[in-house]
Structures are given as C-alpha cells and as structure tokens.
Design a protein around this ligand. Structure first.
Ligand code: SF4
Ligand code: SF4
Length: 299
C-alpha cells in the first residue's frame, strides 16, 4: 500500500515546475518542492499527493458534532483526517496535524485504503463518512475515491472545510459530496490574513455559493467568534447578510464560543452576551436558524 498518488488539478510548467490549481494558493512548485499545504510535492516534474491512504485521526462521531444540525440528525458519521492545511490559523485546535509539512516530517500514521475506510464505516454502523479534523480539499485524491465508494455503499458524504478551494475542486467532488460544512471565519481581508494567513477570502464565498447552487450540496456555516478579532457588528452583519442573500434564509449559521489557545492564548473566552448578540444579528438579517455552539445549555 502506498501513500503516493499523482495529483489531480495541476499543470506542468517550463523548467520542470508545476502549478497546482486545487486551491487559491495556486502554488508554483519547483522540482523537489512542496506546496503551501505541505502535502503535495513536485517529484521529477510531476505533482504527487503524499497523503493518499494516510490517516492521522479517526472516530465515529454524532453528525451534530461536526456541527451539522439539519443533515441526517441522530446518525453517526465515520470521521477521518490526515495532515496539512492550506491555512495557518493561529488558534487551530488541530495544529499538530494541520500545521505539519508532511514532506519533511513523515509522521507515523496508519495507511487505510478508501476500500478499507468504507468497510470500517459499515462495520461501525456509521451512516456516512466525514473528511474533517484538517482541511479535506488538500486530500482530494483520497476523498474523491472514498466518496465514490461511499455513495455506492449507500453512505452519505461530508466535508468539514475552510472553503478555500477553486471551483474545479468542487466540480470533481460535486457528484459524490452531499454536505459542505464551511467556516466563514470573518468578513474582512485583514481578519482573514491575521488569523489564517489568507490574503483574500472572496474565493471561500465563491466556493460556498458554487457548492450550494451548482451541486446542490447541503450547506451549514460556522463562525468561531474571537474577542476583538471578528466580534464587531460590521463583520457579524456582513456574514449574516451574505448567508441570507447568497445561500438562503434556511441555511443554518453556527456561532461558536472561542477559548484561549496557541497564538491567541492571551484573549478571553467569548462572553455569552457576544454570542447572543451574534444570534440576534443573524435573526435580524432574516436567518431562520442561528445556533450558539460550545456553550453547554445555550443554543
Ligand atoms: S492544494 Fe496545496 S499545493 Fe495545491 S495550491 Fe493549495 S496549498 Fe498549494
Ligand atoms: S483551516 Fe482549520 S485545520 Fe486549517 S489551520 Fe485553520 S483551523 Fe486548523
């Protein structure tokens, strides 16, 4: 069993370079080099995924934990993650797997083929598969093969994603992906750059609209509200209004509590009043379902 697979969505350039156009980083990678996500390498003028079959984390979770509240409620979803990410969020809960340059570190991990993954999910009695924990789009080759098999086996499929991908990626997954649980982390360029090192968040909005409108995926949005960074009325109004206008009033918006961590260990947890304010803003914007998350007893 191998962890190497020739990548989808790349072009060869002069001088042995390659251009990966899976996500808006649009990495141009010289021979031997690795893309921003740390898991796609130019080997002798061809681009390879280094993480095909490489599973870092695995669990059978309630679908509500993703969180997805309006999609197969009450079912268990077989959840898998690998290494790497095309963002670098300063508060990432999964930084040990997401901020890894796999090409350099070669983490010890389990190799699980897509066929084995489906068998494991069925054995656990899961109703579907979720690619989650780190960013699934950078695991495209594996997620695509797994999703094809999942659909054949009667399982639903979910991406828990940061949304930072080109529409070409969505077109490949579209026929086999049922749900797109997407982070809309904030609503200014400055915030996205500061938090996630993403220079422009418009492609995330575009990808989300595309997943919903072109491929009719079930979409739920989530915003982790971080004191002083994205808790201002302007950004919250921006997100809520954008969801209503572009995705529809029936799309759930999860506003979740931040807890101090990593680069943002100096900030306080999100006050409950701020979450209630965000909920109010969502409802005022016309959203029918706004949920407060990470607060026991409050929803
Ligand atoms: S998927 Fe990785 S290699 Fe490809 S453009 Fe995005 S960050 Fe770069
Ligand atoms: S997008 Fe998600 S997995 Fe990637 S760095 Fe940010 S929080 Fe971590």
């Amino acid at each position: 069993m191998n962890n190497l697979k020739e990548a989808l969505l790349y072009k060869q350039l002069d001088g042995g370079k390659v251009h990966c156009y899976l996500c808006p980083r649009d990495c141009k990678i010289a021979k031997g080099g690795v893309g921003y996500c740390g898991v796609r390498q130019n080997i002798d003028g061809k681009l390879f995924s280094l993480i095909y079959n490489v599973v870092s984390s695995i669990a059978n979770d309630p679908i509500e934990k993703k969180p997805l509240y309006h999609f197969h409620p009450g079912t268990m979803v077989f959840s898998v993650g690998t290494y790497g990410c095309n963002m670098r969020c300063g508060h990432c809960q999964n930084w040990q797997i997401a901020h890894v340059v796999y090409a350099k570190q070669k983490q010890s991990s389990e190799l699980i083929t897509p066929e084995q993954l489906i068998e494991m999910a069925k054995k656990e009695g899961s109703a579907g598969i979720a690619w989650t924990y780190n960013e699934p789009c950078i695991w495209l080759e594996y997620a695509l093969d797994g999703a094809k098999l999942a659909k054949k086996a009667g399982l639903y499929t979910v991406w828990v994603t940061n949304g930072y991908m080109h529409t070409e990626t969505i077109d490949l997954m579209g026929p086999y992906l049922d749900a797109f649980r997407v982070d809309i982390k904030g609503f200014t360029k400055e915030f996205y750059m500061k938090l996630a090192k993403v220079p422009d968040f418009q492609p995330i909005l575009k990808a989300t609209i595309y997943a919903k409108k072109k491929w009719n995926m079930h979409v739920e949005c989530i915003t982790n509200i971080i004191p002083t960074l994205n808790d201002d009325d302007e950004q919250l109004n921006g997100i809520a209004g954008w969801i209503k206008e572009n995705l529809g009033a029936e799309i759930p918006w999860h506003v979740t509590r931040f807890f101090p961590y990593l680069e943002y260990a100096h900030l306080p947890p999100t006050p409950i009043e701020t979450l209630e304010k965000a909920k109010e803003i969502g409802l005022k914007a016309g959203l029918q379902y706004v949920y407060i998350g990470n607060v026991p007893g409050v929803s």
